[in-house]
Design a protein around this ligand. Sequence first.
Ligand SMILES: Cc1cc2nc3c(=O)[nH]c(=O)nc-3n(C[C@H](O)[C@H](O)[C@H](O)COP(=O)(O)OP(=O)(O)OC[C@H]3O[C@@H](n4cnc5c(N)ncnc54)[C@H](O)[C@@H]3O)c2cc1C
Length: 455
Amino acid sequence: MDRRIFLGSAVASAVGATLTACGGGGSDPALDPAASMERSRTTTSTVVNPPTSPKSRVIVIGGGMGGATVAKYLRLWGDAISVTLVERMPTYTSNIMSSLVLSGQRTLSSLSYNYDTLRSKYGITTVFGEVVAIDPVNVAVTLADGTVLKADRIVMAPGISFDTVPGLGSSDKMPHAWQAGPQTALLASQLKAMTAGLNHNVVLTIPKTPYRCPPGPYERACLIADWLKVNKPGSKLLVLDANPGIVTEVDNFTRAFVDLHGAVVEYHPNAEIAEVSTDTMSLKTTAGAVFHGDVINMIPRQRAGALVTTAGLNNATEGRFAGVNVLSYASTVSGAGKVHIIGDASATTQPKAGHIANQEAKVCADAISRILSGGSPDPAPVTNSACFSTITMSQASWLTAVFQYNPAWTNPATGTTGPAMVPVAASSAASTGWNGDNFAEMGTWFKTLMADSFA
Ligand SMILES: Cc1cc2nc3c(=O)[nH]c(=O)nc-3n(C[C@H](O)[C@H](O)[C@H](O)COP(=O)(O)OP(=O)(O)OC[C@H]3O[C@@H](n4cnc5c(N)ncnc54)[C@H](O)[C@@H]3O)c2cc1C
């Protein structure tokens, strides 16, 4: 199998899927031509048995969007690489589409993926447990039960962790629901139980960038606003954004907040949360303003999964995320070059998104398999990201971007020059407005992406 063609076609078809045909959600992927076409490009029809005499070993930590994909593609592309995937949960719940659980349009079980296919079809060894430490120099991983696993390379894809919110403690009264699971179900039940009408409001907070899924909070706000109109007439949604303005898809979200949902949404920029009170169900901003909500979706500021900090690999974004070389996703911490970090935990110029985690995983798998065969990473990787945003409960907008490696890019914001994945303007776009076709197409895009990662 030719990896260059493989990577290229996966990128091209993903962009094509965004801009042309991505058909409806909830249908059977087996009956979905677009999903089948993508699968035939990105998976094999035969079983890839584990190597009887492995030439090298890789441990992958975290079986989410990045980890599941890198494990699969290391087995597909690697020359007799044995792959062990360590994940704390036996099933993965997708964050993508999880805001639709809040509006009652999806269930959490419909977003649930297990690791059976990765095991049976690709010969990946799975270990379910918590990784508590890694040794970057000796390339070893320690589990909570004391087991130590050794390898030639480690790939970390532990996602994110959340800053503590002063006043919140461990209370679940203000769920973030930004890691799909019990908090998503809790927030959905709080919304359902809320009294409707004037002065019975929902508050949604947006943390400072960089955070997981840039359009995510805005699309959730639109979805909740639309849901409130039908289910809680008279109630409002207060959006408290820690950023100076809407951070992405500005035209669409501005129009949606001001025109479409103007009677329901109250948008406050520069509203960073300083502390909260679960007794009075209130939030105080750093500027001293106080807001109350019957339901509060408090999304805290984010950093890499805790293990990145424990391992001392959090050397970027003011110590929040892991600095990486985007040709291989190897850590830029001295002496830790055999540890690769992908997905939301890494600091790159690409958005923290599931589609990008999938793309980074492929670049990383390709680089590791080349390195372990005595070669060098591809010197010119390309990645892409597609994203649909729910503007109402039945209409969506879209956004797509292609990123290309530039060895000497000058960041206009900081003036610093260095290697980076740079957006290709001619290949990046957003929809003008939103419609029902986009909402339907979102479903096929999602199924295609999840099949590429887990099937
Ligand atoms: C509401 C919402 C909507 C979104 N919508 C979109 C969208 O439309 N499009 C899009 O592209 N992205 C979307 N995203 C973003 C996307 O979900 C994330 O970017 C993506 O999941 C990141 O992948 P990851 O592999 O880095 O982390 P995750 O997918 O979170 O996976 C991390 C895994 O690591 C495991 N783990 C962590 N630490 C350990 C440890 N110490 N030991 C063992 N296991 C560990 C966790 O259990 C988890 O399974 C959305 C996110 C949210 C919250």
